[in-house]
Design a binder for this molecule. Sequence first.
Ligand code: ATP
Ligand code: MG
Length: 429
Amino acid sequence: MSKSLQAIRGMNDILPEQTPLWRYFEGTVARLLDNYGYRQIRMPIVEFTELFKRSIGEVTDIVEKEMYTFDDRNGDSLTLRPEGTAACVRAVLEHGITGGGQVQKLWYIGPMFRHERPQKGRYRQFHQIGCEVFNLDGPDIDAELIVLTWRLWGELGIRDAVKLELNSLGTAEARARYRDALVEFLSARLEHLDEDSQRRLKTNPLRVLDTKNPDTQAVLVDAPKLADYLDEESRVHFEGLKARLDAAGIPYVINPKLVRGLDYYSKTVFEWVTDKLGAQGTVCAGGRYDGLVEQMGGKPTPGVGFAMGIERLVLMLEALDKVPQALSRQVDVYLCAFGEAAELAALSLSERVRDQLPDLRLQINAGAGSFKSQFKKADKSGALYALILGDDELAQQVVGFKPLRGQGEQQSIAWDALAAHLATCVVQG
Ligand code: ATP
Ligand code: MG
């Protein structure tokens, strides 16, 4: 196939074999968020480029190198969203739903786009589920976000494989004081820094802490520590969060180098990381962004949130063999009909059954091939039972009911009794 007719590198089809696991994951998260009182919001996939520059920050990996930006036909610069927070803040501001101090606990799901080097766990179109909470400024809500993700890991069976890393970035003022100290320290050691860090030192010095370069890391060992510059308010907030995590029995490690890539964070930042996915180890990341709404033209509004990467979590479920068994069976009952009259009867019979059992997963295979080949398909579908409807059954208004898994002889069931019979052996069983 010519390259221009293939999918774009790093933008993947999610095939029918994979979608059951995706839906299981998404459904589990959605139910949990509903139960904690979060409400879903859906934002467009495209926004004005300016929105991301203003909120994420000009000197960040995302804005500098990763955005899909284009001019539309009016000449406006638009960008495929690289993350969800900016658009969510835009939406709450635009609709005035936080401006009076109303608490909003929101979540979203959908594709995000970043022009990165594709590799396992890192794609150019990927999917996130995220939460954003507005107008709650205490550590209790930071803790709730972490507690609910911890519950999610429990439900998915992957708690043992993830680790929580925490840090506090302090208020904007505290961070500014720290930045000055860090710049002074690093400027005196400029020749020992890698090129990227030298550049960041001028543009976004905190990001130097993020470096993967061993020489720069060595320089950082003696650098001033952000923790020593924390303001009293942030310190109390951070202690409050830790106390709540302790009370909830959630283990964590403090990672003083955790600064997160985006400009808008303040106070709490956290990441859930795993060693099961190689280099792409962060499965969920978030933090507090108390200054962001104001920075975008709203009233001062505390905010906190996180986003998790669906691809990475799906990969983890597979790697840890935590794909629920039930997902391998997408069909309960497989109806094989033979002959034109039986086919017609099969359609109306199956619709009657569906009326009574809306949750039954019933697949009809009518008219396609011999008895043997239909039966093979029924078996391959994973269905628990096959129903057989040929001329004899039609004449007697019955179906043949044959268990496909385990023991059990074929029985004849009257059409009128079929739904009740299926209810006992499939829906309840
Ligand atoms: P990383 O350090 O891995 O680049 P990030 O800090 O850029 O991650 P965030 O912007 O915090 O990531 O996004 C939250 C989550 O979304 C990440 O923890 C990850 O699980 C997922 N994610 C981010 N970028 C990608 C991507 N390109 N492909 C797949 N998942 C991604
Ligand atoms: Mg990134």
